[in-house]
Design a protein around this ligand. Structure first.
Ligand code: FES
Length: 99
């Protein structure tokens, strides 16, 4: 459904990992933009019904883009820029509070 409209220059290309799989990304784009190009298309499941959610507003409002980024849970991926080697995990259900 979503795809890039251009091929990024090689100097702008980088690789991130989504659930352990290498994925091409472009310097300056958000993690949510990368997630939107993946299949299956989802970033988290809800805490109660485990329904899948995917980035929606791309503006930090809906919280449907939450994922685990480099071990940090509930990161708003639409507000997070990709970095080389970044580890992104789809977030499943409820998070535990740090004590
Ligand atoms: S896509 Fe809505 S808060 Fe990130």
């Amino acid at each position: 459904m979503f795809q890039k409209l251009h091929e990024p220059p090689s100097a702008q290309k980088l690789v991130v990992y989504i659930d352990g799989a290498p994925v091409d990304a472009e310097r300056g784009e958000s993690v949510a933009a990368v997630i939107l190009r993946q299949r299956p298309l989802w970033s988290r499941t809800t805490a109660v019904t485990q329904a899948r959610r995917a980035p929606y507003c791309m503006a930090g409002v809906c919280f449907d883009c939450l994922a685990i980024v480099d071990g940090v849970a509930s990161v708003q991926t639409c507000l997070t820029e990709v970095r080389p080697g970044m580890r992104i995990e789809r977030q499943r259900g409820r998070r535990e509070l740090a004590r």
